[in-house]
Design a protein around this ligand. Sequence first.
Ligand SMILES: *[C@@H]1O[C@H](CO)[C@@H](O)[C@H](O)[C@H]1NC(C)=O
Ligand SMILES: *[C@@H]1O[C@H](CO)[C@@H](O)[C@H](O)[C@H]1NC(C)=O
Ligand SMILES: *[C@@H]1O[C@H](CO)[C@@H](O)[C@H](O)[C@H]1NC(C)=O
Ligand SMILES: *[C@@H]1O[C@H](CO)[C@@H](O)[C@H](O)[C@H]1NC(C)=O
Ligand SMILES: *[C@@H]1O[C@H](CO)[C@@H](O)[C@H](O)[C@H]1NC(C)=O
Ligand SMILES: *[C@@H]1O[C@H](CO)[C@@H](O)[C@H](O)[C@H]1NC(C)=O
Ligand SMILES: *[C@@H]1O[C@H](CO)[C@@H](O)[C@H](O)[C@H]1NC(C)=O
Ligand SMILES: *[C@@H]1O[C@H](CO)[C@@H](O)[C@H](O)[C@H]1NC(C)=O
Length: 774
Amino acid sequence: MASGWMISASAMVLMMLSSSFLIMIHSSDGANLKSEVNQPKYACADGGFDSRFQDFPFCNTSLVIRERVDDLVRRLTVSEKIELLVNEAAGVPRLGVPAYQWWQEALHGVADSPGVQFKAPIPAATSFPQVILTAASFNASLWEEIGKAVSTEGRAMYNSGLSGLTFWSPNINIFRDPRWGRGQETPGEDPLLTSRYAVSYVKGLQIGDYEGTNVTELSVTQAATNRTGPKRLKVSACCKHFTAYDMENSGGTDRRHFNAQVTLQDLEDTYNPPFKACVKDGGVSCIMCSYNRLNGVPTCADHNLLTKTIRQKWGLDGYIVSDCDAVAIIHDYFNYAPTPEDAVSEVLKAGLDLNCGTYISKHAQKAIDEGKLSEVNIDEALSKLVSVQMRLGLFDGNPKTQLFGRLGPEAVCTKENQHLALEAAREGIVLLKNEGEILPLSKESTHTLAVIGPHGNASDDMLGNYAALDMVEKVDAIVLIVGLNEEQEKEAHDRKDLLLPGQQQTLVTTVAAKAAVENHPVILVIMCGGPVDISFAKDNVNISSILWIGYPGEAGGKALAQIMYGDYNPAGGRLPLTWYPEEFVKVSMLNMHMRPNETSGYPGRTYRFYMGKTVYDFGHGRSFTNFLSSFVLAPGTIYSKKLIRQVTSFQTSPNSLGLIRHFTSELDAEDPSCENLNFDVTLNVTNTGNREGSHVLLLYAKPPTSVKGLPNKYLVAFDRIHLQAKKSKSVVFNIVPCRDLKLVQGEGKGVLYPGLYTLTVDEAEHSVILILDS
Ligand SMILES: *[C@@H]1O[C@H](CO)[C@@H](O)[C@H](O)[C@H]1NC(C)=O
Ligand SMILES: *[C@@H]1O[C@H](CO)[C@@H](O)[C@H](O)[C@H]1NC(C)=O
Ligand SMILES: *[C@@H]1O[C@H](CO)[C@@H](O)[C@H](O)[C@H]1NC(C)=O
Ligand SMILES: *[C@@H]1O[C@H](CO)[C@@H](O)[C@H](O)[C@H]1NC(C)=O
Ligand SMILES: *[C@@H]1O[C@H](CO)[C@@H](O)[C@H](O)[C@H]1NC(C)=O
Ligand SMILES: *[C@@H]1O[C@H](CO)[C@@H](O)[C@H](O)[C@H]1NC(C)=O
Ligand SMILES: *[C@@H]1O[C@H](CO)[C@@H](O)[C@H](O)[C@H]1NC(C)=O
Ligand SMILES: *[C@@H]1O[C@H](CO)[C@@H](O)[C@H](O)[C@H]1NC(C)=O
């Protein structure tokens, strides 16, 4: 039930923490299949099984993993192998190999999922803010720190027999449409931001840190971090859902029936880059293919995507898993494969290794009998799975004797991890509006606050009660908490509009008008993942400040209070997505085009292409202090094949522009030598205000205007810095044009165009001319 509370400022933190309105959302893929958690028994262990198992080569840690994998696979019968290709892998008792549940989730903390059990001695894990808020910090080291904390807790739960080690996180699909129910799980709408998030979080999970481990085991630790050596894994991460998956249920079509029609251009410069970065730069050990079809072909049955792209082009060292029941639907839902055996054969031949679901275990034998599938296909998939298990140490005997073996219940929900959850919420919360600098509140003059929430479902009845509301007269300020909850945005459910649900808008306007009469400031707090159209509040003079808090996790209330009272002033968070107005819903959610279409009136999507008006822009976020940025050193002209000229000129001469006409052909951005071309941009950033604070630097490029279909602007680099009042700092970005300024042509080819690029940071601009004398 909603309620209005009158509380003193000092009591506020307690109040917010003890109340239930700061909900946490845990999401998992597919159906709620709860299975038995693995018994705490381990392959190649010295207890529980006959000790002779340890003498098998697959148990011998002196051998390289490839040899161990081959040895195990060689010993298995076809039917034993088939039973290992599903998420509830059966195990091989005669060889001492226990069953294994592959399905664990950890989007923002180890989460309830089939392989995770929360019970004594670990009844809960640290709940970090939902990813969309953490992304708003634009702080890559924070993302990695969270990954490390989550993998430490995951290892501790594994050691206690309460979890496996394969986590199907992060979700790195581009948040393409504001109505998407799972957009909150992602880092937002920008390919660079999403790629950086994926790489940082995956590294945090898989490499982790080694605090609490035995220093005498340092040699093993080095092996774990040695990219060229045997790549041991702290836990295994999984980037999902590949690809062009960002729709649950809209316009009569659900995600399991959706055929995403995507141009090669959009695929290459929007949908795929996070996955490419996750594999190439993050070294992820798993990719999950999605439910949807891509241009007619189910992604899990697409050899071009799974084998040619993920494995051969990007070099995945790991396994590919289907989203849950995504193999079954290939025949059962859209009849892409005429029989179940065809479906199973097609996915395995396409490069899939693990079936979340049961389809492969049910139908693979018959597929082999019918000659559709060969045992070689099975062996290839199984080898990749076992290889990941061995990299995790699942065939090294009792985990208590291994690296990370000392991580137990005391490593979960530590003070440090809880502080990190608070830090993440503080860094991510976005100050959308602050008229008259009402925030931060003064502790001296703001003794009594009315906190009105929960936001959930303000009914007409409740509204009536609020209009009968006299507390407004007795307080110094009013905090109104509104927004969305799991009912409105969740897995399998997209929103139909972008408005605040129920009577919330009326409630806010009514309370704010009443407060205005008493001259009390109103602070509006918006809790949601996807954007809501709050133009009414943005333009309402009775509402002084607006904060967006995402779904802020276990420390959300505390973070909010600290920010409102200025105990913590980064207020550095920036929106990781465009906040569209309600009129955007006339656009079909099923239209996957990123670029606008003048003929059809389609406005395009995300800040890179969208032409319509916004409520708040991508990157919007105010601070309690002011920052001034300027370019101090940056080249004016770049020649591709000559030495780069570092010039400090801020003017581009007409002569240089004339030169471009002679060199109009673009450069192949995928050419490896292209990466040698690079230059530094040096900025001077000053905190001109009276408070210390954090500041997010977003370096955008506006591309040459001569080519059609290019983005309005695009993010090429970002950083988050902290500055004391009145202090300056120089920040250097190294720009590799073929990586950072690359644009994609109609057929999906990445190129570097010659011409004039305008770099912008805050209000500062600088022009660079690229002359490609190829
Ligand atoms: C493990 O492999 C090493 C290297 O080949 C070998 O020397 C050793 O004897 C093996 N250990 C067992 C128990 O077979
Ligand atoms: C970024 O995150 C790290 C890790 O939590 C933190 O130590 C650092 O202060 C943050 N940087 C800024 C500028 O907020
Ligand atoms: C560290 O590991 C070594 C070798 O495994 C062992 O001998 C030693 O007792 C361990 N030390 C601690 C403090 O656990
Ligand atoms: C990393 O692994 C390679 C290959 O196994 C080895 O040559 C190198 O010495 C290792 N480096 C470190 C720092 O352990
Ligand atoms: C909101 O309240 C109305 C009226 O009490 C009720 O019918 C409706 O189901 C509620 N919606 C949600 C999402 O709780
Ligand atoms: C603001 O409050 C005043 C005083 O109650 C009221 O007259 C006015 O309509 C309110 N403005 C809006 C936009 O609600
Ligand atoms: C733009 O819209 C028109 C009209 O609907 C359509 O014929 C055309 O194919 C569209 N162009 C692109 C590039 O999708
Ligand atoms: C940086 O900018 C500040 C404020 O404009 C100025 O005072 C300072 O001298 C600049 N520093 C450098 C190195 O340009």
